[in-house]
Write a protein that binds this ligand. Structure first.
Ligand SMILES: [Zn+2]
Length: 198
């Protein structure tokens, strides 16, 4: 297996492949393998978000991190200082366009720190610009109101046990303190692994 990924699409494909395994098979995958995937995903999320910010003209982005949130219904957050966090689970079932959608969503929060009509109008505009929403589509606001529910991203979690499978992945990253952030993830990585990835 090759653990060098060139794009978010590669990571998304690998994540989808992992979700096709049985729980037993997932349990047998080493922590190091999952940590490598996480670190590669973070590297690519950071560069893609910066690339999108530059090309779309968002100038208030401060930082981007990949995390494992405790709350299961969140895919991303953005604070008022422009610090964006993306949940690793976004890779496991939302597909490439879902990931880009979450990045654009959080970038729009660097301008509007709410889910107002202005926010959704901006989100719709940039989603069309990056090609993840049909140009004919008009009405995100009408359909979704203030909803910020992950399922509006057309989540294809077609398998009922999908969230349970993802939990196996998450626990490999976050143990022995489940659900904490990348600080703990990185502490777990040995120097050799970090050197290979940087
Ligand atoms: Zn939001």
């Amino acid at each position: 297996m090759d653990y060098t990924y060139n794009s978010l699409d590669d990571i998304s494909r690998e994540a989808e492949m992992l979700m096709k395994l049985s729980k037993k098979e997932l349990g047998g995958i080493s922590e190091e393998t999952i940590l490598r995937l996480f670190c590669e995903a973070e590297r690519l999320v950071i560069s893609k978000t910066q690339e999108l910010a530059n090309s779309l003209g968002f100038d208030k982005l401060n930082s981007v991190r990949l995390v494992c949130f405790k709350r299961n219904n969140r895919l991303g957050t953005c604070d008022k200082y422009g610090n964006i966090k993306i949940d690793f689970k976004t890779f496991f079932g939302y597909g490439y366009s879902g990931i880009i959608s979450v990045l654009v969503h959080e970038l729009c929060h660097t301008e509007h720190h709410n889910h107002s009509k202005e926010f959704w109008t901006l989100f719709e505009h940039y989603s069309k610009k990056v090609g993840i929403l049909s140009l004919e589509y008009n009405g995100w606001w009408t359909e979704n109101k203030e909803s910020d529910n992950p399922y509006m991203y057309n989540c294809p979690w077609e398998y009922l046990d999908h969230p349970h499978k993802y939990k196996i992945i998450r626990d490999k990253i976050c143990t022995p303190f489940p659900y904490r952030n990348t600080f703990l993830v990185k502490r777990k990585l040995n120097n050799e692994l970090i050197a290979q990835l940087t």
